[in-house]
Design a protein around this ligand. Structure first.
Ligand code: AMP
Ligand code: GLY
Length: 428
């Protein structure tokens, strides 16, 4: 079977590595890929959001299955475009992908069905949004409705902060059309947890839990990033929460989508805040998480391809994933300055030594090959994953591998998977 993976980050390298292990996969392509995906796949020079070029490539090369990594092409309708041409593709169509591409759509759906989520108002009028802040409690959270590369969420500690965020989104259009409408919501205190579920209409199968570390610096300080590291399973996730999540979140969500005639087939990734009074949904993502995929897939013993196929064909009831019971930890190495401006083209050394350590995977994100050397080519450069019997041992192995690697200006957190971080319970 020929499989095409769309995207070029750490998530896509992890997907490529895992799919290559499937005996049914003969040939793997990655568009555009990175220096790491060159090994399991053939890189194809097509951007992840160039839907017409991807569709032509899939047709001309008789690709049997396309797997979409990032959110943008899903929101732009890549699945609809492929299916219109009879091409098989894993991911939600454009209307289902609105769960991620419109926070207002997702919030209103949750409110209609009583799915636990922060109290919120939605605004398309700037004066109404400003007036709301006059009588609000702080901190509160201002969110652009649309996709904004993970930057469209601002936690406002004061009324001035909130008004500045509203102006930046609605007047200055800092996130272009994505900020034309906004959500303003209650600030939740707790510990975050990332869940992944394969969804096919009314059926779903949960994958292992994970915890991401979103802030740039140790101690959960600094700006929000795409994710600086992750651990699976999440230490705060319990069987009780899982049951509650199935009945209070997944069931009503899938019922509501069915009522609306929206067909979701793909990977749903709800981001949760575990608060002292239970789990609340922060957002829905419609694709695998990055760096969550880099800790979930190394723990998956089953053949990923079978799961993707069962999702497309509506056979999820027939399958049950098997998990490695060990803990996986991934540490992201980023370029100096990330998530703001950063430089690229820095030579990376020590990759082979790190990758040769037992139970370690070095997943590439922003890397490329230049004159036979591997150099940095993005904000997040590598995700170094290790598995061990407990989180402390997995951390130890992951950081031992990180210590083998170096490039100019590399920055990473030293506290990934420590139990005391990634909580904002004390924040004010
Ligand atoms: P989102 O894209 O909605 O997940 O927001 C990005 C990040 O902002 C989340 O992972 C949280 O760290 C933070 N965040 C979003 N909504 C809230 C909220 N209501 N309360 C506290 N933190 C939040
Ligand atoms: N790590 C968070 C995300 O993929 O959205």
């Amino acid at each position: 079977m020929k499989v095409l993976i769309v995207g070029g980050g750490g998530r896509e390298h992890a997907l490529a590595w895992k799919l290559k292990l499937s005996s049914a996969v003969d040939r793997l392509f990655c568009a555009p890929g990175n220096a790491g995906t060159e090994e399991p796949a053939d890189n194809v020079k097509i951007a992840a959001n160039d839907i017409p070029a991807l569709r032509s490539f899939a047709k001309e090369n008789a690709v049997d299955l396309t797997v979409v990594g990032p959110d943008d092409p899903l929101a732009a309708g890549i699945v609809d475009a492929f299916e219109a041409d009879g091409l098989r593709i894993f991911g939600p169509n454009k209307s289902a992908a609105r769960l991620e591409s419109s926070k207002i759509y997702a919030k209103q759906l949750m409110q209609r069905r009583g799915i636990p989520t922060a109290d919120a108002g939605t605004f398309d009028d700037i004066d109404a949004a400003r007036r709301f802040c006059e009588r609000a409690q702080f901190p509160l959270v201002v969110k652009a409705d649309g996709l904004a590369l993970g930057k469209g969420v601002i936690i406002a500690s004061t009324r001035d902060d909130a008004v500045r965020a509203i102006d930046a989104m609605m007047t200055q259009r800092a996130f272009k059309e994505a900020g034309r409408r906004i959500v303003i919501e209650e600030f939740l205190r707790g510990t975050e947890c990332s869940l992944h579920a394969l969804v096919s209409g009314s059926e779903f199968v949960m994958l292992a839990s994970a915890r991401d570390h979103k802030r740039a610096f140790d101690g959960d300080l600094g700006p929000n990033t795409g994710g600086m590291g992750a651990v699976s399973p999440a230490d705060t996730w319990t069987p009780e929460l899982q049951t509650h999540f199935g009945t209070r979140v997944m069931r009503p969500l899938l019922d509501e989508l069915a009522t609306e005639g929206v067909r979701f087939r793909g990977l749903l990734f709800p981001g949760l805040m575990i608060t002292p009074t239970g789990a609340q949904v922060l957002e829905f993502n419609c694709r695998f998480g990055d760096p969550e995929t880099q800790v979930i897939l190394p723990r998956l013993r089953s053949d990923l391809l079978e799961f993707l196929e069962a999702t497309i064909d509506g056979r999820l009831a027939e399958i049950e994933p098997q998990w490695d019971q060990r803990v996986a930890v991934t540490v992201v190495l980023a370029s100096a300055g990330y998530p703001d401006k950063y430089e690229s083209g820095k030579e990376i050394s020590g990759l082979a030594e790190a990758g040769a350590l037992p139970d370690v995977h070095v997943f590439h994100a922003g890397t490329r090959r230049q004159n036979g050397r591997i150099v940095t080519a993005g904000g997040r450069v590598l995700a170094v994953t290790a598995c061990a019997d407990d989180a402390a041992a997995a951390r130890g192995k992951a950081y031992a591998a990180v210590d083998c690697i170096s490039f100019e200006g590399q920055q990473f957190r030293r506290d990934i998977a420590l139990p005391t971080v990634a909580t904002n319970l004390a924040a004010d």
